[in-house]
Design a protein around this ligand. Structure first.
Ligand SMILES: [Zn+2]
Length: 293
């Protein structure tokens, strides 16, 4: 037991020594109509899932829990989308009236908060729909690899032809799509609302909804994580006016992410070698709007 705690503490210390950066992976559901595929990644991560791992060595006569308001330790499989939301108690189905795509699951707390927000929006004459929500590692792998191999065109090009250099090709895809294992959509805390292009949010209807969200989403716990890049957010995905995150849960996942996820986990897909070269954890997972952390 002492050994196990020591290992745990060592891991935590090592993780803390890493650059304080997490990053998530962004959207990418505009890529294709890929079917939801909740196949679990077999044994790839299972063995690593911390079983009854104590977050801290608890004294025998311990007092109150240390972090009563948070989810505590977030299991590795939840961080990288290795989960079936239909059977996992952390997830809930989004009510049909708000569904606008094929992704229907979210973290239960995020779904509850979203429904409150959608009801608030409706009371003011705005309709919110969820175009994308939870996506598994395998869902993201399909989106990523379709772009990597040229099956899905990116800006009308087959990247496999136009960008042979692996790091450069990965960076192109990373403008709007995340690598498998690094997407905030794995967490179920993030939803793409109403459209999947910034141009839509410049139209009359799109702008009205966006203006309402920027003014009121925070009242319900939601935040636009991929704001325009600049001084405040120098790295990461391009601006995504449609991608909103439920911060009370997502901030815990973001804190836990670099503790448990290293580049040895980001494997099993085309182009994975670029992950470390580009430092996607620091530059993308952690490259979010600081107000959403
Ligand atoms: Zn998104």
């Amino acid at each position: 037991m002492i050994l196990r705690w020591t290992t745990t503490r060592l891991s935590a210390a090592l993780a803390a020594a890493l650059p304080a950066a997490l990053a998530l992976a962004a959207c990418g559901d505009n890529a294709s109509t890929s079917q939801v595929n909740f196949a679990i990644n077999g044994d790839r991560f299972e063995a690593e899932t911390p079983e009854a791992k104590p977050a801290e060595p608890t004294p025998e006569h311990s007092a109150a829990p240390e972090e009563p308001t948070g989810p505590g330790h977030v299991a590795l499989n939840l961080l990288i989308g290795d989960v079936d939301p239909a059977t996992d108690p952390n997830f809930a189905r989004i009510p049909d009236k708000y569904i606008g795509g094929t992704r229907v699951w979210g973290h239960k707390d995020a779904v509850e908060a979203f429904v409150r927000m959608a009801e608030g929006a409706a009371a003011n004459g705005y309709k919110l729909t969820v175009v994308s929500a939870f996506r598994s590692f395998d869902d993201q792998k399909q989106i990523w690899e379709d772009k990597w191999t040229g099956k899905t065109l990116v800006e009308k090009s087959k990247l496999s032809n136009t960008i042979p250099d692996p790091d450069a090709r990965a960076k192109k895809i990373l403008e709007y799509s995340s690598m498998p294992g690094t997407s905030r959509h794995h967490w179920g805390t993030d939803f793409d609302l109403n459209g999947l292009s910034n141009a839509y949010f410049s139209t009359r209807d799109g702008k009205r909804v966006y203006d309402w969200l920027t003014e009121h989403a925070a009242e319900y716990g939601f935040c636009q994580v991929y704001t325009a890049k600049g001084e405040e957010r120098p790295t990461g995905y391009e601006e995504e006016k449609w991608h909103w995150s439920y911060v009370p849960v997502a901030s815990w996942y973001l804190k836990q992410y670099p503790v448990d996820v290293g580049y040895e986990r980001l494997t099993g897909f085309e182009g994975s070698d670029a992950a470390k070269d580009i430092d996607v954890i620091k530059n993308y997972v952690q490259g979010i709007n600081p107000a959403c952390k």
